[in-house]
Write a protein that binds this ligand. Structure first.
Ligand code: GUN
Length: 286
């Protein structure tokens, strides 16, 4: 029997609990968690993501501010904004939406964000904490995938998890979290030989490559749990549609459970950003 892993439903439960926790935090500390989201340039997908992040943060009871900078912003201007947010006690979480325009350095800006306000979990200090198993601020998309997997499978111990993709945002932190949950973890990437055969061994298959419908039904072990992180805009029959990295129409007949696109990982990412913002606010008040 195939099961759909419903990210909308699971994220709604996470957000509902978070709103309760936030209300309690505000009542006991007198402080409202503050999230600052920075968007540089006009990338249409980033604009949608940022709008949703700010909207959800406000709905969760946070103070949320959006900082928009033009596409030709200099590193000095962006640095100055991040430093101002680092020093603002009403801001507990800072998120600079990626990718940045070519003239700006992503590693430099990630390093500049105060680690305790880094709600993306991308700062090297937080990456190191995750690798050694003691992180508080965990990258939002992998955290969302773990919640989906644990709700679907319960204990993940001993399962063979294959992560397709090795990005800093998803693939690498995803592998670290699966390892922490006692999975046997394989990362495959563009240089891996015979990706298909390795994917077919997976009890848990996490696809995070950004290639529309790359993973076919024949790559999936019967009964496996498939998490599709990809969000790819494609033209299909003359219409613009969003598809994942997994060929859903094929994989749905083979997998034991599968997350759809849209309505899978996407809403979980934002819910986990809210969790990180509350965690950051708690830590800064304690
Ligand atoms: N761009 C795509 N995903 C993310 C994310 O999780 N955080 C940030 N800051 N930018 C992104």
């Amino acid at each position: 029997m195939n099961r759909l892993i419903d990210g909308k439903k699971i994220s709604a439960a996470v957000v509902e609990q978070l709103a309760l926790d936030t209300r309690e935090f505000i009542a006991t500390s007198g402080v409202t968690p503050g999230l600052a989201v920075v968007l540089v340039g006009e990338d249409p997908a980033s604009q949608v993501y940022v709008r949703n992040k700010v909207k959800q943060a406000t709905a969760a009871g946070f103070n949320s501010t959006e900082h928009r900078l033009s596409a030709d912003t200099t590193q000095a201007d962006l640095n100055a904004l991040v430093e101002q947010l680092n020093n603002d006690p009403s801001v507990h979480g800072i998120l600079v939406q990626l990718p940045l325009p070519a003239q700006l350095s992503e590693p430099d800006i990630i390093r500049l964000i105060a680690p305790h306000k880094d709600v993306d979990g991308f700062h090297p200090l937080n990456v190191g904490a995750l690798a050694s198993g003691g992180a508080d601020l965990i990258p939002c998309t992998p955290m969302g995938c773990m919640i989906m997997l644990e709700q679907t499978l319960g204990d993940l111990s001993g399962k063979h998890a294959v992560v397709v993709g090795r990005s800093n945002i998803v693939g690498k932190p995803m592998a670290a979290l699966l390892l922490q949950a006692n999975c046997t973890v394989t990362i495959v990437h563009s240089r891996t030989q015979d990706i298909e055969a390795i994917c077919r061994e997976a009890d848990i298959l996490v696809a995070a490559v950004g290639r529309p419908e790359m993973i076919k039904g024949s790559w999936v072990k019967p009964g496996a749990t498939v998490i599709d992180v990809g969000i790819n805009a494609v033209e299909k029959e003359g219409k613009r549609r969003l598809v994942g990295d997994v060929d859903f129409s094929e994989a749905v007949d083979v997998a034991g459970a599968i997350s759809p696109v849209p309505g899978g990982v996407g809403p979980m990412t934002i819910a986990c950003l809210m969790k990180n913002t509350l965690t950051a606010a708690r830590q800064q008040m304690s």
